[in-house]
Design a protein around this ligand. Structure first.
Ligand code: TXA
Ligand code: MG
Length: 347
């Protein structure tokens, strides 16, 4: 049985938070909110907890977990050495939606890192996450709390859908604020490299470090160049229906999608600016183009809703880099298995 416990982040029930911490200390699992997505936490220094996480998610065990900490002093124990760049980025963005890859120390079992000698570390900003980490012993390994392959959970209800009966406790802190997983920056490369785009953009990292680049495997259309983060190579977030992203001038995009929506049960992902221009189909507005955050925070929930509605096909408007648009398109393209339709040349 899975307990769902409501936590008010402005007035936390410390008895419940202690109870959650005890579960972690005994090697058990607790799902919890972060500012990005919900995480499925276990003690990062306990290999059996890592095994339980992989089993609950149905995740391949070569896909490493992110270790969450709540206090800077805890960093030294788990890494070989803290690079200068990590100090600068932590100063600028922690606690917050940035994960850094460094060389691990012997304190961290290979079971947590998918066999790698490097380690992903993040200090989340959600007070519920920080309290849980402290109550649980300081080091919480947590992937997103979804079944492997499904969209990441942005509400406690999503976690419940995927993991009920498989974990003892879910801390319910309501809907998350960002809705896309953290930016991952690899500091073991000569030039700091972004392995997964997120709320913290390449430009923001460059502004702090002077130099940083995108992983070639993320931006290349050559299928022989693979992304470096093991998790980025798996098909992800895939809704049950076939999803295509439609690109081009807005007039043509709207016309193309409307033509497709004439037959069958068609899902449409659109924005505040265009939502009244789709007369047919299962139309879902994910946010306003004036606020990329509104789009990011609803994307995964909308993909899940289409699964419930049981549509035959989904067409989505497209979004632009730089900034958060880069992360939105990265997730959308993965969900679509990289299927895009360019309608610029249609008359
Ligand atoms: O926002 C987030 O980061 C959320 C919340 C819960 O903190 N967590 C999350 O974890 O998204 P997960 O496990 O779903 O994604 C972790 C990603 C995977 O793509 C994994 O391959 C990559 O991080 N990763 C972990 N350790 C790595 C390492 N040592 N080297 C390269 N990539 C690594
Ligand atoms: Mg994930």
């Amino acid at each position: 049985k899975t307990e769902m416990i409501k936590i008010d982040r402005d007035d936390m029930d410390l008895r419940e938070m202690k109870r959650a911490g005890e579960i972690l200390k005994k090697g058990g699992l607790v799902a919890f909110p972060t500012e990005t997505v919900y995480g499925l936490g276990g003690d990062a220094l306990d290999e059996t907890a890592a095994h339980r996480i992989y089993e609950a998610k149905g995740r391949p065990s070569d896909n490493p977990l992110i270790i969450h900490i709540a206090d800077m002093e805890h960093l030294d124990k788990i890494v070989e050495e803290v690079p200068e760049a990590a100090h600068k980025l932590a100063e600028a963005f922690w606690p917050g939606p940035l994960t850094m890859i460094m060389n691990k120390s012997d304190a961290v079992p290979h079971g947590t890192t998918g066999g790698l000698d490097t380690l992903a570390i993040r200090m989340p900003s959600d007070p519920i996450a920080l309290e849980l980490i402290r109550q649980g012993g300081g080091y919480v390994a947590a992937p997103s709390a979804n079944t492997s392959g499904r969209p990441s959970p942005t509400t406690a209800q999503h976690v419940y859908e995927d993991l009920q009966g498989k974990i003892p406790m879910i801390l319910d802190g309501g809907a998350v604020t960002i809705g896309l997983e953290s930016t991952i920056v690899d500091l073991t490369e000569e030039i700091p490299t972004i392995l997964r785009p997120g709320y913290i953009s390449l430009e923001m990292v460059q502004a702090v470090l002077g130099e940083a680049k995108m992983d070639k495997g993320l931006i290349s259309s050559d299928s022989n160049i693979h992304p470096k983060a093991p998790g980025m190579k798996y098909r992800h977030y895939a809704p049950k229906a076939d999803l295509k992203i439609v690109e081009g001038p807005v007039e043509k995009v709207v016309a193309y999608i409307n033509e497709k929506a004439k037959a069958g049960k068609v899902g449409i992902i659109c924005t505040e600016e265009t939502k009244d221009r789709y007369p047919a189909g299962d139309v879902k507005c994910i946010g306003s183009r004036k606020s990329e955050l509104s789009i990011a925070s609803h994307l995964f929930a909308v993909l899940r809703e289409f699964d419930e509605d049981g549509v035959d096909a989904i067409y989505s408007e497209s979004f632009q880099a730089p900034g958060l648009g880069e992360a939105i398109m990265n997730r959308l393209l993965k969900a679509a298995g990289h299927q895009r339709v360019d309608v610029s040349d249609r008359i």
